[in-house]
Design a protein around this ligand. Structure first.
Ligand code: GTP
Length: 598
């Protein structure tokens, strides 16, 4: 295929604005899949993704389109993940494209991720085609959205395509626009090979598979290749394109999008953002923008039953094969026993991994409250990175602490500005900017500690704005903060897994609330259990769980043994998520209690 007839594009949108549905329509229209073969939303392949309706893994598909000018084109659609956790992956997918469809829901308008993704796309110099989707809905206001796009982003209203990914309206117009308005790839096939890895996948038979965009040069079966960031070398055994199933080819040339298989045993050999070059005739410089993935959120994962420790390790290792951004290392808690400290890109990523461990691997887990990574400056000059609050050294060794801050962009209807500013203030936010996007929509910019976002910021934002506010954030850097360690003692014994690092100004209040919450959550035991919250050696709150025996058989008058057994089994079931801490039984919710307090 000659380069002038190739177009590489992606679809960017706020969550739920219809990206996957539109992708389906494009696949269907170009016959990449017949209607009969179409399962809904082919591009979201993982079960969990489908259920949650979110796209986790960027994927690619090659469409063949006969344009109205009579020529045949190859359109490579690169699917981008749409959630805030995955900005880096989005950015790598965009780097593999020359243009983007910007999809905006006609009933919602421009949202935080519409703007965040658009700015990313403009950074990569992509040609933008605005698509106003869901115009079939009675509540659609396409003109209003058209105006917003014009006022906020400066897009020409005449360039907007009205579409319904549901009915197929506008599909042909979109395909024509891709051919006419997006530039063909520019790279020279005679230069040394440079291919951008924008995604990877693990296949148990073939090993890691790299999804690549050839920027310059060519790649062929049998060629020896080198990963420029890691320096690892391999020999290409298979390559080809996605239609959307893998379709083998002998070589790929500059401008093309496809896959490369080279006996790479580990997804870590195929880092997203890395550049592939040839061992011979190597390129001098890698493509710009690579950075190693850095987990932003950590939590401890422990098997409820200590005997399942090895199973948990095996499950994590298997997941890691598929997910290069998952990080874990063994951890030992006096309270919870042996487990793992795991690092994630964000909260959503964390939830997905926990759910997969439980669903796909049948694990029964206790998860500790998520924590950010703190920088700890000791009086002796050493600097530690700390993701487990329990490990914070004693106060007399500490010089100061730093915590991660993010730049948060919030888009919301103007009537909620007051209450949302109050929320940001309460979360230690630093006001940066307020801009009226249109008469009724406002964009607020705040700098916020990431730890406050982990707590409950998103839930509060949604409830205070009746669901209308949208949020996007990016990491800014670490900043000094007045932080202290809050410890919890159950039955006079410290429980390391319940320790938290909190801001000094909020520490007393947090301690009191946490003690109260734990009293509610932890069931009564055979004996009295004191709960104490301490900072340093000072007790700042105390609650007591009264003794009681829960007699589940009390309801069973008479001697119906099968009913009795049923009740006992039910109780056993209920116990599963309990962890025995010394003599006290503590349910999973207790470890997350710190997230739930007001
Ligand atoms: P993420 O992958 O989670 O970012 O979502 P998405 O942008 O891919 O959205 P998706 O395609 O899953 O669509 C979200 C919802 O909107 C689904 O329930 C679709 O059926 C619905 N939807 C998408 N396009 C249209 C449309 O043109 N009209 C109507 N009525 N519904 C649509």
């Amino acid at each position: 295929m000659i380069q002038t007839n190739i177009r590489n594009f992606c679809i960017i949108a706020h969550i739920d604005h219809g990206k996957s549905t539109l992708a389906d329509r494009l696949l269907e229209y170009t016959g990449a899949l017949s209607a009969r073969e179409m399962t809904e939303q082919v591009l979201d392949s993982m079960d969990l993704e489908r259920e949650r309706g979110i796209t986790i893994k960027a994927q690619a598909v090659r469409l063949e389109y006969q344009a109205k000018n009579g020529q045949k084109y190859v359109l490579n659609l690169i699917d981008t993940p749409g959630h805030v956790d995955f900005t880096y992956e989005v950015s790598r997918s965009l780097a593999a494209c020359d243009g983007a469809l910007l999809v905006v829901d006609a009933t919602q308008g421009v949202e935080a991720q519409t703007i965040a993704n658009l700015y990313l796309a403009l950074d990569h110099n992509l040609d933008i085609i605005p698509v106003i989707n869901k115009v079939d809905l009675p509540s659609a206001e396409p003109e209003r959205v058209q105006n917003e796009l014009h006022e906020i982003i400066g897009l020409d209203p005449d360039e907007c395509i009205m579409a319904s990914a549901k009915t197929g309206l506008g599909t042909e117009e979109i395909l024509e626009a891709i051919v006419q308005r997006i530039k063909p790839p520019q790279g020279d096939a005679r230069l040394p090979l440079r291919a951008l890895i924008f995604d990877s996948l693990f296949d148990s038979y073939r090993g890691a598979i790299a999804y690549v965009r050839l920027v310059e040069g060519k790649i062929a079966i049998g060629q020896r290749i080198r990963m420029m960031a890691t320096g690892k070398e391999f020999e290409v055994t298979e390559l080809g394109t996605f239609r959307p199933a893998m379709c083998p080819a002998k070589e790929l040339i500059a401008g093309e999008v496809g896959f490369v298989i080279a006996a790479m045993k580990n997804v870590r050999d195929v880092e997203v953002g890395d550049t592939i070059t040839g061992v011979e005739n190597a390129a001098l410089l890698p493509l710009p923008g690579y950075r190693p993935v850095q987990p932003m959120v950590y939590c401890g994962l422990y098997p409820v039953d200590n005997a399942e420790y090895n199973d948990l390790r095996d499950a994590l290792e298997k997941l890691k094969l598929n997910d290069a951004s998952l990080i874990f290392e063994p951890e030992n808690s006096t309270a919870l026993g042996f487990g793992f400290r795991c690092g994630f890109l964000g909260l959503l990523h964390m939830e997905i991994i926990q759910e997969r461990l439980e669903r796909e691997y049948g694990m029964n887990l206790i998860a500790t409250a998520p924590s950010v990574v703190y920088k700890v400056f000791l009086t002796n000059g050493t600097v530690l990175e700390l993701s487990n609050p329990a490990e914070l050294p004693a106060a007399n060794h500490l010089d100061h602490l730093e915590e991660p801050y993010v730049k948060a962009t919030i888009i919301l209807p103007s009537e909620f500005v007051g209450t949302i500013m109050e929320l940001c203030q309460d979360k230690r936010g630093i006001f940066k900017n307020m801009e009226y996007l249109t008469e009724t929509r406002v964009m607020l910019t705040y700098e916020l500690p990431l730890s406050e976002i982990l707590l409950d910021f998103f839930d509060k934002l949604k409830s205070r704005s009746r669901g209308y506010a949208s949020l996007d954030y990016e990491y800014l850097g670490h900043r000094p903060s007045e932080l202290v360690k809050l410890d919890i003692l159950l039955n006079e014994k410290p429980v390391d897994a319940l320790s938290a690092i909190v801001h000094r100004d909020k520490s007393y209040q947090r301690g009191r609330q946490l003690a109260e919450k734990l009293k509610e959550i932890i069931p009564r035991q055979l004996f009295e259990v004191p709960i104490q919250a301490t900072i340093g050696n000072k007790v700042i709150a105390r609650e007591t769980i009264k003794a009681m025996r829960k007699d589940v058989l009390a309801k069973c008058y008479g001697g119906d043994i099968s009913r009795k057994r049923k009740l006992l089994e039910k109780q056993k079931e209920g116990k599963k998520r309990m962890k025995q801490l010394g003599t006290v039984e503590v349910p999973q919710e207790a470890f997350l209690a710190v997230l739930k307090i007001e």
